[in-house]
Write a protein that binds this ligand. Structure first.
Ligand code: ZN
Length: 672
């Protein structure tokens, strides 16, 4: 009983917003529904912001203004994605909100899906494939609805916009990467004015780049390329008084408010440098800000805000606008600190041959964070980790921040309960219960062990760095995974308080074998082999353990009505096998035994049984699991006293997807 109680406490530490007694406890709905909406190939989820109430009032207000600064950048991204997007949003939302016809009609349902896709894509292109969305409603439906709109509800260029929606040749792909084509001219993003060619852009940047510059600015990061009155290519800068000025003014206004609540002088300086950059558009100032940001490891609240990632530009120079506001998850970060502090113990006690161990080992502690808002290009689809800044010379000289966003991974995990996956692939109810109870905790711990200790453990013989050649990555990943798997079942985990039940590790063991042998095959097309290093590593470990445990029936493949299930009969023996394989993989890595590495990969990690592959794909297809997921944000509302001073920030999780999108369009439209 004791175990379960602690387990629940641990889980709620990660999952429930804790009411710490400061102020009133907000009533929490009985069951938090992670699933918000489902359309096309998209599942929309919501996430919790655990521990928000444990922040000080000052920190809460800081977070609040940073979230406002985040939301005001939305229109910038929409316009960067395509020059029609803001007008398009006005038109589509007018039709959507004024619709008074039959909501069950095929045309409206298709329009509803299209509207939701456009919101999700921050414009008319798919966020991932960057292909333009194809409407499944009729042109006449839309034209009739536009004609019925109240005066001034539709933008003046509505007819042109209808053409853009229905003519597949117009604005076809947001980011075209096809080799041999003019990537600028054929991409529909708005970082280059129509008529600008790739050749011109490349010549322009070649002409302004300083040669042999060891600390280069990020050329083109915050500019749009157009043609000046002289017919020549020029950059127009995103800044106050420049392009997107109205939105940037609102961002700066809120950053300025945030700076008054900074946790310390260093953080205030970071915010002020960012404001300077938005005022001047000067990329050297952006580098100054990035360095200050990378070096700040003391503040609990943190944020990114600006033109950051360059995937939206086919030439990889211009950053799309994004923001994530977050704060350090102190209990979860303690996990990685605890492991790092004991790094030497783990090294000394591993089943690896002594000559391949490090005499002195240092653990790495990665920061675990809680996202408070996702915005711009990080919304609604979002990363689960951040590793910035992007400039290589800054990373080398000043370090970088690598973080895991645990409330997002937790939401993914929670939402996956009930999607039918466990019912389809997990052998029985007790095992499913085990997974429901312990998989999230043990999966995170597995990642921590892998990252903080696994990769850093072990010693290479001199000159064996690259001896495993093309199999090096898969073997290295296997080494780190095995280190993690082996220790996950160690009594040490209970001793240092990272697990509270001696059986918890079984959840990760079961999932690992299931994934390695069966379910990961879902990501591979029929007829193909396993190629990606992490997937090879998982298959290697699972198949090796299956074969070497055969005599004692450690892992059993059970066939029920033509479906294959994994049954693990002896978890302790499985741990022994992981230890044995770890010792051998470490030997291969340490001595650079290419031949043994190659033989092992080829035997266990590459080839797929076609019948089993087909079975997995067929079973997956029945589940209707959306390939892409994204999130709605919580709503933050300041509570004020009679003098207008903020006394608290309330968090609400009840807003729906369409409601949130319409509200953002209403309350944060800076550019239209
Ligand atoms: Zn790894």
């Amino acid at each position: 009983m004791k175990k379960i109680i602690i387990a629940t406490a641990m889980a709620s530490m990660l999952m429930a917003p804790s009411c710490t007694g400061k102020g009133e406890a907000t009533a929490e709905p009985q069951a938090f529904d992670y699933n918000v909406d489902r359309f096309a190939d998209i599942q929309v989820l919501r996430y919790k912001v655990p521990e928000f109430d444990s922040l000080s009032l000052n920190q809460k207000i800081l977070v609040y203004y940073l979230t406002e600064a985040a939301l005001w950048g939305r229109d910038i991204l929409w316009d960067q994605n395509n020059r029609h997007n803001l007008d398009m949003r006005q038109l589509l939302e007018a039709v959507y909100t004024n619709y008074d016809g039959d909501k069950e009609s095929a045309d409206f349902k298709a329009f509803d899906t299209y509207m939701k896709q456009v919101w999700f894509g921050n414009g008319i292109h798919h966020h991932y494939s960057t292909d333009k969305f194809t409407p499944a409603f009729s042109r006449s439906f839309l034209e009739e609805r536009i004609a019925a709109l109240p005066a001034n509800a539709a933008p003046a260029n509505a007819a042109e916009l209808v053409d853009v929606i229905f003519n597949p040749a117009l604005e076809a792909k947001r980011v075209n990467q096809a080799a041999g084509q003019d990537l600028v001219a054929t991409s529909a993003n708005n970082m280059y004015a129509p008529g600008v060619t790739q050749e011109e852009v490349e010549a322009y940047f070649a002409s302004i780049r300083k040669p042999n510059d060891s600390t280069p600015i990020s050329y083109g990061l915050n500019t749009r390329i157009d043609r000046g009155p002289d017919g020549k290519i020029r950059e127009t800068t995103y800044k106050i008084g420049g392009l997107y000025s109205k939105a940037i003014e609102k961002i700066v206004e809120n950053l300025d408010s945030a700076s008054h609540y900074a946790e310390n002088d260093a953080q205030r300086q970071i915010i002020n440098s960012l404001i300077d950059y938005y005022r001047t558009g000067d990329l050297a100032t952006f580098d100054k800000y990035s360095i200050e940001w990378a070096e700040d490891t003391l503040s609990q609240v943190d944020f990114i805000n600006g033109f950051i990632e360059t995937y939206g530009d086919p030439l990889g120079m211009t950053g799309t606008w994004e923001s994530i506001v977050n704060f350090k998850n102190i209990p979860a970060s303690k996990r990685t600190e605890t492991l790092s502090a004991d790094a030497q113990w783990f090294e000394d006690n591993s089943p690896v041959d002594k000559q391949f161990k490090k005499e002195k080992v240092k653990g790495v502690s990665a920061k675990v964070i809680t996202a408070a808002i996702l915005a711009g290009d990080a919304y609604p689809a979002t990363p689960i980790g951040i590793n910035l800044p992007n400039a290589n010379w800054i990373r080398a000289a000043h370090g970088s921040k690598s973080v895991t966003i645990e409330n997002i991974t937790q939401a993914y995990d929670e939402a996956s309960h009930g999607n039918g996956f466990n019912e389809e692939f997990v052998i029985d109810e007790p095992t499913r219960e085990l997974l429901n109870k312990y998989l999230f905790v043990t999966d995170n711990l597995h990642t921590d062990l892998h990252e903080c200790l696994g990769h850093g453990s072990g010693r290479l013989m001199p000159g064996k760095e690259d001896a495993l050649k093309e199999h090096g990555s898969a073997i290295e990943e296997a080494r780190a995974d095995l280190f993690a798997l082996y220790y996950l079942a160690d009594p040490k985990m209970l001793e240092i308080g990272l697990l509270d039940n001696p059986d918890a590790y079984k959840a990760e063991y079961y999932k690992y074998i299931l994934n390695g042998m069966l379910t990961q095959l879902q990501r591979i097309e029929p007829g193909k082999e396993v190629e990606e290093a992490h997937m090879r590593n998982r298959k290697l470990i699972a198949e090796w353990a299956y074969e070497h445990g055969k005599d004692n029936n450690v892992i059993e493949l059970v066939n029920r009505d033509g479906k294959t299930f994994i049954k693990i009969n002896d978890y302790e023996a499985l741990r022994g096998l992981f230890g044995e394989l770890l010792a051998e993989i470490q030997r291969i890595r340490s001595t650079g035994d290419y031949e043994a590495g190659r033989a092992m990969i080829e035997k266990y990690a590459v080839k797929i049984d076609p019948a089993l592959h087909k079975e997995v794909l067929d079973r997956y297809a029945t589940l209707d699991i959306a390939p892409y997921k994204g999130f709605v944000n919580p709503v933050y509302t300041p509570v004020r006293d009679n003098e207008g001073r903020i006394t608290d920030i309330k968090v609400d999780y009840t807003e729906g997807y369409a409601d949130q999108m319409l509200r953002y369009g209403r309350d944060y439209h800076a550019l239209k």
